[in-house]
Design a protein around this ligand. Structure first.
Ligand SMILES: [Zn+2]
Length: 294
């Protein structure tokens, strides 16, 4: 049996995986000081009780990771920490692998996709924008283990908002939940709108679905930026499919259709038939993908 571990800020999700299916799961509430020990202790006790044999462990981590060495997880507060020794202390015979959580999610979505594709890119639109690349069924971390960081791709010439990374005009300043709220606030007085002044990204996207003029305008700016970004990413990676995940993707078809339409406008003629889909398995993708890193 394979173990797929998806590490979040205070909650760690663990999937027990057999033949590409999550057959059992655990959620471990923890704190950064004892995060991996807590996970190992809980999983070991549970696996013993259920008589599960763990052959390998894959871990998706929310930050920069090189091999099994965590460089930095800004939202968890862990730096410079190798996860392999701690997992092997509890599971001495298990293989241990790790990657960025967006890469794990990309592989998870690909494995859950019926279209039998082998190469895919996933964009996760949440508080920020993350990306993950799978080529020939393998996660590609890149030479700096940074190849998914397309949230910091320069796409916005118009607003050129300052990004948390220090650059300006990053994709993340537009296509994240934070970016959506910022755009709605900037254009608030330019449209008749039913959106209340203190809004969430969900409020804006829900309004767009009901043809609210401000909601539709913001959605259009977001889809334009994503269509442009995907047309650039695809030139470099040439995959079959892009999955759009994260909270913002809950906008559904209206967002996916608009992104696809902008993509077709910006894409090179040889790559126009790329499929852009909403991520299907959402929160489970990270666990499933992590379990197939080897
Ligand atoms: Zn940035």
């Amino acid at each position: 049996m394979r173990l797929g571990v998806d590490v979040g800020g205070t909650t760690v999700k663990v999937g027990f995986i057999d033949n590409y299916k999550i057959v059992d799961r655990l959620v471990v509430e923890t704190k950064k000081e004892t995060l991996f020990q807590d996970v190992c202790e809980k999983v070991l006790a549970y696996a013993k009780e259920k008589n599960y044999k763990i052959d390998g462990i894959g871990v998706g981590l929310p930050g920069h990771v090189v091999g099994t060495l965590i460089d930095k997880l800004p939202n968890v507060g862990i730096e410079n920490y190798d996860i392999k020794p701690v997992f092997n202390k509890y599971f001495p015979d298990a293989k241990v692998y790790a990657t960025n959580d967006a890469n794990a999610a990309a592989l998870g979505e690909l494995l859950a996709d019926d279209s039998k594709t082998k190469s895919a890119y996933m964009l996760t639109l949440g508080t920020g924008v993350g990306g993950g690349l799978v080529i020939d069924g393998r996660v590609r971390d890149g030479s700096h283990s940074n190849c998914g960081e397309v949230g910091h791709m320069f796409v916005d010439y118009v607003h050129n908002y300052k990004c948390s990374c220090g650059l300006n005009g990053c994709l993340e300043t537009i296509a994240s939940a934070t970016g959506i709220v910022r755009l709605a606030k900037q254009y608030y007085n330019a449209f008749e709108t039913k959106i209340k002044k203190e809004m969430s990204a969900k409020d804006v996207l829900d309004a767009a679905k009901e043809n609210d003029p401000l909601g539709l305008f913001v959605l259009d700016v977001v889809a334009d930026a994503l269509g442009r970004a995907i047309s650039i990413i695809e030139l470099a990676v040439d995959v079959d499919v892009f999955y759009i995940g994260g909270g913002v993707s809950n906008a559904g078809d209206i967002l996916i259709d608009k992104i696809t339409s902008y993509y077709k406008r910006y894409a090179h003629y040889a790559i126009k038939d790329v499929s852009i889909k909403r991520a299907k398995i959402g929160n489970d993708a990270g666990m499933l993908g992590a379990a197939y890193l080897w």
